[in-house]
Every structure is written in C-alpha cells, then in structure tokens.
Write a protein that binds this ligand. Structure first.
Ligand SMILES: CC(C)=CCC/C(C)=C(/C)COP(=O)(O)OP(=O)(O)O
Length: 372
C-alpha cells in the first residue's frame, strides 16, 4: 500500500525523488504570483471561470465554479440553525437574523460533497458562532463591539471551545460566565457537535485555527484603539490567519473522511489552504465595503486599506483587490495541479474541497442579504 506521507515527500524532494519531473514540480511551486491574464485568456480548466459580482461595475473575479446549489438542503440546515440559535441563547430577532444571513445556505454551497444536514449543521453552527463573535465582540460598534474589551473576551472564547480542566474554586465563576454569554455558549455547542463526528486531531485543528484567527482580531482591535490603521500589506498579513481557512478546516469532517495531520500541515498543502482561505476572504472584503464604511468605527478591509495607502478612489482600490484575488486563485490552481500526482485519495478530496469552498463562498456572498 502506498504511504501518502512518503509519496508526498518523495514527490516534493527534488531530483532524487521522481527525477526531473519532481524538480519541475519544486520549481513550479516557488514561482512568484503571475499577473492575472484576464478574461478571454483561453483558460482550459472548466472548474474556473471569470464571475461578475456586486453591481457588475468592477472587473470580474476569477473563481471556481459553484459545484452545487440545492436550495431545499440549504433551507433545512437554516431551519435547524435557527432552532439551535434559540437554544444557545440568541433572542428571536437575532435567531431570525442568523437565518436571513443564510449560513445554512453557505455550507450547502461550500461543501458539495456532504449531503447530510446534521454534518452540514456543524459548519453552519461554527460559522454562525464565529460570525457572532466577530460582529458582537470585534466589528460592530452598534452591537457592542469595543476594541479594549476584545482580548479578554477572546480569551474566554478559547476556554469555551477548548474546555479547561477543573481548577478548584476558580472554576465556578468561569463556568457561570461561559454559560451566561450566548456567543460563548454557541462556540462551545458548535465544538461539541463537531466532536461527535471529528477525530481529536480534527477538533483541535479547528480550535487552533480559530485561536490564530483571534490573534489577528486582537491586532485589528489595537489598530482601532490606537487610531492607527495598518497599511494594506500588514492588514493582509493578519487577514491570512483571519480568513475562511478557519471554515475550511471542516472540509474533511463534513466529507466523512480525515486528512491526517501530517498531510493537512504539509507546507504545500497548507499553502493551498491558506491561498483558498485568503482568496475567499478577499471576496468577503469586496462585498463588505459599504457595510464596513457605514460603521462609526469602520473595521479594516483590504479595499479601504489600499485606498488609504494610495490616496486613491474606492473604485481603483477595488480593481487592485480584484487583481490580487485573481492572482491568488491562479496560484492556488497551480499549487493544486502540482499536488495532483500525490497518491492520497483523502488529499485529492481535500484539495477539491478547497476549490469547491471558494466556488460556494463566492455564490453565497453574491446572494446573501448580509451584503446587499
Ligand atoms: C471563519 C469565520 C466565518 C469567521 C468570521 C470572521 C471572518 C474571518 C470572516 C471571514 C468575516 O470577516 P469580516 O468580519 O470582514 O466579515 P463581514 O464583512 O463582517 O461579513
């Protein structure tokens, strides 16, 4: 039987591995991003296309196609999500808002290899909980987000997701606090649901990617507190750990298989996953400009950081962001192609899952009332 770890390291090892083809593979992966050739460049990969977005006035986004649109399945997951939101303490209006955003629809679009509404609900719950933490703690001033309060709130969010062992008399107040805040209850409940299907390694991978995302949120809070917005390059560095990569850590759990930790964290695989997560979050920034500008204390956003750095109009900053997105997707495509010879069915499914997530995420941002 082929050992996929060995197959991957042999394939990536260079000339002593698979000879000249391995050397070519290494070379392909160290290329700097190539300019986006734009629509009509004669692309032959039917999995990707140029897609118009927003009001259609900006250049199209080079993006994977959406692999599945199954509205009844998305509606079923949304129904279950709204019921769960009530159970974990969101009031009726908040639960309705979560339903309207359509996180059930998001996961139906983003995980086309999962037909099971209960597995899809894991991702819907966790995405809803992450977004609730993001809105209520980090981003939305009108909903109570306060930069100075964010770091201690996130420390408790980590305790909610990754339960700490009993600590004598100090546990009581912690437990009461974790039970008394709907965001914390939602995060704990989402991980509890994940634990029913995922291995310990899959669960902890989701936790730790969430915690690195929280570090980026703390950076944004410091920038806001100090009234010192970051240049675009620094924002982008933070965004790479605050992206839909976190959502993508669930791809194999929903698919009913496990990509082992040594493959998941193999640098080329991680590179592909970070590229997919970053590209998807740039789609989010492009759709969020109006919403972010409407906040009295606007959160950072790639388009806004580029416009500020270069003193250019939003339209020009939008074009620069679209171009960056398209370069990153093409880079992902090259990384994916380079990994295709690796003989691991789980790895191939996972890479396909990353691509499918990008295609589903694009569709959701184009249709969710959250961005209209
Ligand atoms: C993984 C996840 C869904 C986390 C929630 C926060 C996040 C990383 C986003 C992708 C959302 O970023 P942002 O706060 O810019 O999103 P909105 O524009 O508020 O939808």
């Amino acid at each position: 039987m082929t050992d996929p770890h060995r197959a991957l390291s042999t394939l990536l090892a260079g000339p002593t591995g698979l000879g000249t083809s391995a050397a070519r593979l290494g070379a392909r992966l160290t290329e700097v991003p190539l300019p986006d050739p734009g629509p009509g460049a004669g692309d032959s990969d039917p999995a990707y296309t140029y897609r118009t977005w927003g009001d259609g006035s900006a250049s199209p986004l080079y993006c994977p196609v959406t692999e599945r649109i199954n509205d009844p399945l998305g509606e079923e997951v949304d129904r279950r999500l709204i019921a769960w939101a009530g159970e974990v303490g969101f009031d009726e209006q908040e639960a309705e808002q979560l339903g309207k955003a359509g996180f059930g629809r998001l996961v139906m679009l983003a995980h086309p290899d999962c037909e099971d509404p209960d597995r899809l609900l894991i991702s819907a719950k966790l995405n809803a909980a992450w977004w609730a933490a993001d809105d209520l703690y980090a981003d939305d001033t009108a909903l109570g987000a306060v930069p100075e309060k964010l770091p201690p709130r996130l420390a408790l969010a980590m305790a909610a997701m990754d339960p700490v062992p009993p600590a004598g008399e100090f546990s009581r107040e912690l437990d009461e606090t974790l039970r008394g805040d709907r965001v914390l209850v939602a995060l704990r409940s989402g991980v509890d649901h994940l634990r029913q299907y995922g291995s310990p390694a899959q669960v902890q991978r989701v936790n730790y990617s969430t915690f690195t995302m929280f570090v980026s949120w703390n950076a944004y809070a410091a920038w806001q507190h100090n009234d010192d917005p970051p240049p675009a390059w620094e924002y982008l560095a933070a965004r790479q750990h605050d992206s839909f990569y976190t959502s993508m850590t669930l791809i194999d759990v929903l698919g009913g298989y496990e990509l082992t930790a040594n493959l998941f964290y193999e640098p080329r695989v991680r590179r592909a996953a970070i590229q997919a997560g970053t590209a998807s979050v740039l789609v989010n920034d492009l759709h969020s400009v109006a919403k972010d500008l409407a906040d009295e204390n606007p959160p950072a956003n790639m388009v806004l950081q580029v416009a500020a750095d270069r003193s250019c109009p939003i339209e020009e900053a939008t074009e620069i962001t679209v171009d960056l997105h398209n370069q990153i997707v093409r880079d992902f495509q090259r990384t994916h192609r380079a990994l295709e010879p690796v003989a691991s069915a789980e790895l191939q499914r996972f890479l396909h899952g990353l691509r499918a997530w990008m295609g589903g995420g694009f569709e959701w941002h184009s249709t969710s009332p959250r961005y209209q």
